[in-house]
Design a protein around this ligand. Structure first.
Ligand code: ATP
Ligand code: MG
Length: 552
């Protein structure tokens, strides 16, 4: 990120340094390891790492693993891989669970100060007692338990004497606060569950609102950046830091989350797609996860530039998904070698080309980037073209192959359609053409013009390949996260979000590696699938097509 590109958080940090309120900057990216990262997380990553970088600060990767029921080491590893792939190095690697003892001790401190109590009300009762925006809360009958009794009960909670939900520890703040978060929030709950890091050491776990400020304070985080849904929690955040008597005082600032049209961005929903096998795992190329985007062919550069372009503000606008496509095209335009691939093959026999002869034609690897040099592609009597590049009875303005018409074969010759071969059912199985040796590409032939240029692959050396074409996973716009709309969300699944086709690619692609990216002439940018591609049969994922109406 660049200094001149100011945003309100950068201004806050700059001011904190200038006024000597702070003399250094520490940020953190704090994912909960309960799923894979998605493109929304990339925004938080770019902001946290980018701002610290700008001020020579440090950024920690901290796993906010305080809920053993949902968290897993698989997610921890995937998150690390994704952050690294996006191009960021963390300074400290921490787990909230490493602080469980300290958090427990701070909770005991609160009890000793008369600032926390053990409550026997059920979850439902606590909800009822809490009141609403217009109605003040009601004290729990257990609110005024003696400190010694609270200490004893809390210790017994820790020792496993109670079942899940039987008791909780609550902060004692203000049941009539206009901010509902301050109405004695639950800060510890009982969960008899095995934790991915601490195993069975604990059966009580701190709640996010209590744990998060302590984690920031313990790590010396100066600027704790989160999304605006935590704005109402800021008074509680400050209360926890102050009442727990933390030496270091971090400060929370909120920014608007990233929302993208037609894109689900909630781990809970993404997990549902995985669990119900609607997609092939978290890294399915249709998923907006970082691993899905990687497998689809998006580059870290494109994702970072996209996220920077969306800016940092308090508002949570919705960004057009085409903007991300724009950035990947921009990035791949210079980098991706050009090649030809046939997705729906139709055999063409060039009847006047000598049998058994092969010639090698020069083709530029990337006309936008001549430094990439040239490749040689074979040409002979039999080639494949796209089915859609031939029509027996074409409409007006169809300039590709049809009986009697002549087109240019990219990098090769003009060919003219002479005969259509059909099977007994009347399906076209082969086209017979003639070529004109005078028209060879690169020889400066000007004798006559043709209106259409089509691509092709020489048949005898063509490599069979699988092409996976994608459409949005969701049919209608949906990116918000209101509760209780699962039904509409799954109803919106596009049944045609993936199409698998078998075709051919140039023999120049014999030695390609997984994750290599190409621009297939006229089709778009494709990525070699890291899971299913083999040497014998490469698999290409469509990243983006070439067409775009989007303008920045
Ligand atoms: P989800 O709702 O998808 O589960 P989350 O916020 O619960 O996301 P966390 O693992 O808690 O996921 O998020 C880690 C960090 O990423 C948090 O600071 C969170 O605010 C931020 N983050 C998550 N989603 C977005 C988003 N769409 N835009 C910007 N930041 C986000
Ligand atoms: Mg969360």
């Amino acid at each position: 990120m660049d200094h001149t590109n100011s945003n309100f958080i950068r201004n806050i940090i700059k001011n904190d340094l200038e006024t000597k309120k702070r003399d250094h900057v520490v940020t953190r990216f704090p994912p909960e390891p309960n799923g894979y990262l998605h493109i929304g997380h990339a925004k938080s990553i770019v902001i946290n790492f980018g701002l610290a970088d700008d001020f020579n600060g440090k950024t920690n990767l901290r796993f906010d693993d305080t809920n053993p029921l949902k968290e897993d080491t698989e997610y921890v590893n995937a998150i690390k891989e994704d952050v690294e792939w996006l191009g960021y190095d963390w300074d400290g690697l921490f787990f909230a669970s490493d602080y469980f003892q300290e958090m427990y001790d701070r909770a005991v401190l609160l009890i000793n100060k008369g600032k926390a109590y053990v409550d026997d009300l059920s979850q439902e009762e606590i909800r009822q007692y809490r009141g609403t925006l217009t109605e003040t809360g009601k004290d729990s009958p257990y609110r005024n338990r003696a400190i010694v009794e609270n200490l004893d009960l809390f210790e017994r909670m820790r020792n496993g004497e109670f079942a899940n939900g039987e008791k909780v520890l609550r902060a004692k703040i203000d049941m009539s606060s206009p901010n509902i978060n301050m109405r004695d929030p639950v800060i510890y709950r009982i969960a008899h569950a095995t934790h991915h890091n601490t195993g069975d050491t604990w059966c009580i776990y701190p709640m996010y609102a209590f744990a998060h400020p302590l984690e920031d304070a313990i790590e010396g985080v100066t600027h704790s950046l989160c999304t605006t849904e935590f704005e109402d929690q800021r008074p509680l955040y400050n209360w926890v830091v102050a009442e727990c008597e933390m030496e270091h005082v971090p400060e929370q600032t909120e920014f608007g989350r990233l929302n993208i049209t037609n894109t689900v961005m909630s781990k809970r929903k993404l997990k549902q797609l995985v669990d119900e096998k609607i997609v092939d795992g978290w890294d399915d190329p249709r998923m907006p996860t970082i691993s899905g985007l990687r497998r689809r062919g998006y580059t870290p550069e494109a994702i970072r530039e996209f996220v920077k372009e969306t800016g940092v503000s308090k508002g949570a606008g919705e960004v057009d998904s085409q903007m991300l496509d724009y950035f990947v095209r921009e990035d791949l335009k210079m980098k991706a070698p050009r090649t030809m691939g046939i997705i729906r093959p139709l055999k063409v026999v060039i009847t006047n080309y000598p049998e058994g002869q092969t010639e090698w034609l020069d083709a530029e690897i990337n006309p936008e980037n001549p430094d990439m040099g040239k490749r040689q592609i074979p040409f002979s009597r039999e080639i494949y073209i796209e089915q859609e590049d031939f029509m027996e009875n074409p409409p007006k303005k169809y300039f590709r192959l049809y009986p009697g018409n002549e087109v240019r074969l990219k990098h090769a010759y003009f060919i003219k359609c002479e005969e259509v071969i059909k099977d007994p059912e009347g399906n076209v199985i082969e086209i017979h053409c003639t070529y004109d040796p005078e028209t060879k590409s690169g020889t400066g032939f000007t004798g006559r013009k043709v209106k259409g240029t089509i691509h092709w692959v020489e048949a005898s050396q063509a490599i069979p390949a699988e092409f996976r074409l994608y459409e949005p996973l969701l049919l209608k716009e949906d990116s918000n996260e209101e509760e209780g709309e699962e039904k509409t969300f799954l109803d919106q699944i596009n049944p045609h979000s993936m199409q698998v086709l078998n075709g051919y690619v140039e023999p120049t692609m014999k030695a390609i590696q997984v994750q290599e990216k190409f621009q297939f002439f006229r089709h778009g940018y494709f990525n070699v699938d890291p899971k299913d591609s083999t040497k014998e049969k490469p698999v290409f994922n469509l990243t983006v097509s070439l067409k775009s109406s989007f303008k920045l």
